[in-house]
Design a binder for this molecule. Structure first.
Ligand SMILES: Nc1ncnc2c1ncn2[C@@H]1O[C@H](COP(=O)(O)OP(=O)(O)OP(=O)(O)O)[C@@H](O)[C@H]1O
Length: 303
């Protein structure tokens, strides 16, 4: 099709199509190696990676988040849930540098994020996706991921203008890694298509690939299953598990209870800006305060 640029996929797509199932499996194992290089991880599995400490966010007279505290431990999938308006997005934004807390602190590996710019947030190892997909519509899927990686690996402008060998090598590596990420999230077959031409589910996966390209220590997913059908949700759960298995830590905001219960290790529940419960999925399911909070919630919340 006209959107395809043959040179951009470097033949990988065609090569994948030719492979037997066994060869593909071996290839994907190699891809996993590329996707999960030896990331510099300062903390051990199970140790606190990020701490939300007594965070309050006010919008004028409205207290959107009221003295909320919880931790995210390295290697876990933490779910952040609550009825509409509970403060999930506000909390997420406070954790990713979009909002400054009115009081309290967010600490990443024991260092306060208080004055971190968004770019700095990427540098400290936090990446996020958005409820409303934000991709570069006119760029190919591959380019979107390469740009994501650029947020972390910056070569000098002069270097890129002169096309220094170091820059060329970095560029090649960035493309290879981006391609591996597209394979990892399952959309490599559309690498050369413009983002705007991808099906909705592919766009959501592309957002995840782009976030992973920044090599985050913490990946924050804001309602990644919004608009998905049950089969797509099932696939997404598989992907989130694979992301965790690859050594990433994941924070998941999600309305779909089945998905949250099925994929998270621990859950924090907010209601009216306050934390009302925290625990294992099985505990949360039985928690009277959580059940009460969700009584009367719309169907989407309890699906
Ligand atoms: N920028 C803002 N200015 C004013 N009020 C805001 C702003 N952002 C959020 N709020 C309010 O803060 C409260 C918490 O909203 P928030 O979006 O964090 O909840 P949520 O749990 O993410 O809800 P949803 O599930 O509907 O996305 C709500 O009462 C909301 O109206």
């Amino acid at each position: 099709m006209s959107e395809r640029e043959p040179e951009a996929d470097g033949g990988i797509v065609a090569e994948l199509a030719r492979m037997s199932e066994q060869e593909r499996a071996e290839h994907f194992a190699e891809v996993a190696e590329v996707v999960a290089p030896e990331r510099e991880i300062a903390v051990e599995v199970g140790q606190t990676l990020l701490e939300v400490r007594d965070v309050t966010v006010r919008f004028g007279g409205l207290v959107a988040l009221d003295s909320v505290s919880f931790t995210i431990r390295r290697g876990e999938i933490l779910g952040l849930i609550g009825p509409n308006g509970a403060g999930k997005t506000t909390c997420f934004n406070a954790m990713t540098g979009v909002y400054r807390p009115t009081s309290g602190q967010v600490l990443m590996e024991d260092r306060p994020l208080a004055r971190a710019s968004r770019h700095k947030i990427t540098q400290v190892g936090i990446a996020r996706t958005f409820q409303n997909i934000r991709l570069f519509a006119e760029m190919t899927a591959l380019e979107n991921v390469v740009v994501g990686a650029d947020a972390r690996h910056r070569t000098s402008v002069l270097g890129s203008l002169l096309r220094l060998p170091r820059h060329q090598r970095e560029e090649r590596e960035a493309v290879e890694r981006a391609m591996a990420l597209l394979e990892f999230v399952g959309i490599a077959d559309r690498a050369a298509d413009k983002a705007k031409n991808l099906p909705y589910g592919y766009q959501r996966r592309l957002e995840i690939a782009r976030a992973l390209a920044t090599e985050p220590k913490l990946l924050c997913l804001d309602e990644p299953a919004a608009g998905f059908n049950p089969a797509e949700k099932e696939e997404l759960m598989g992907l989130i598990r694979r992301i965790r298995a690859d050594g990433y830590t994941v924070l998941l905001i999600e309305h779909d209870m089945r998905l949250v219960m099925g994929v998270t290790d621990r859950i924090v529940v907010l209601e009216f800006g306050r934390k009302i419960a925290e625990g294992l999925p099985a505990e949360i399911r039985e928690d009277p305060a959580v059940i009460a909070a969700y009584l009367g919630a719309d169907d989407d919340d309890v699906a």
